[in-house]
Design a protein around this ligand. Structure first.
Ligand code: SF4
Ligand code: SF4
Length: 175
């Protein structure tokens, strides 16, 4: 695992490269009244990835709660749990968590370790872009930038383990 300074540097880089990109060239929030930024179900929120809390964990618009791995499922490399966060529905765009940035895409690793970007079907009940089942609707810039960001993040063992776990679940749901 990187040092505190190394993690901060990495997350600053990831935030900088992903801040300007959006799934569509126009605001996709107009399709759905920005439902993914609303309190659309009780207790909805996202996890911060390891080290991401160093950059935004103390922001006043965000509430964070430690989810202990004795009660929630995390890969062993997640160091006893992870930070679950909820927001006031109005974050400064340049500080939004990575989980919000990459949605509606997420990373998938196949059995040979090849990375691809797939639509995140965890969002199928709310997101018209996921419901379209057509990743090509998203801009090439968004898809390429997110893939590059995930490639960098996969160098962190906890991120890689998390993606491997999610990918293996996805494959077993598809069969
Ligand atoms: S739910 Fe989907 S379409 Fe709506 S704002 Fe979020 S990412 Fe965009
Ligand atoms: S943190 Fe920001 S981008 Fe994420 S759900 Fe809240 S308002 Fe939306």
């Amino acid at each position: 695992m990187l040092s505190h300074e190394g993690l901060l540097h990495l997350w600053r880089h990831i935030y900088k490269m992903t801040t300007p990109v959006t799934p569509l060239s126009s605001d996709c929030g107009r399709l759905c009244d920005a439902v993914c930024c609303k309190d659309w179900a009780p207790g909805v929120g996202v996890y911060l990835f390891p080290g991401e809390q160093l950059l935004i964990g103390d922001q006043p618009w965000l509430k964070r709660k430690w989810h202990d791995s004795r009660h929630y499922v995390f890969p062993p490399s997640w160091d006893r749990g992870g930070w679950f966060v909820t927001c006031n529905e109005d974050c400064p765009r340049h500080l939004r968590p990575f989980a919000c940035r990459t949605f509606p895409l997420t990373a998938d690793l196949d059995e040979e370790g090849n990375l691809s970007m797939v639509l995140d079907h965890n969002g199928a009940s709310i997101c018209p872009l996921v419901q379209s089942d057509t990743p090509e609707l998203l801009t090439a810039r968004f898809r390429a930038t997110m893939k590059r960001a995930w490639e960098i993040l996969l160098c962190l063992e906890p991120v890689r383990d998390d993606v491997l776990l999610a990918s293996s679940r996805r494959r077993s749901e598809e069969t």
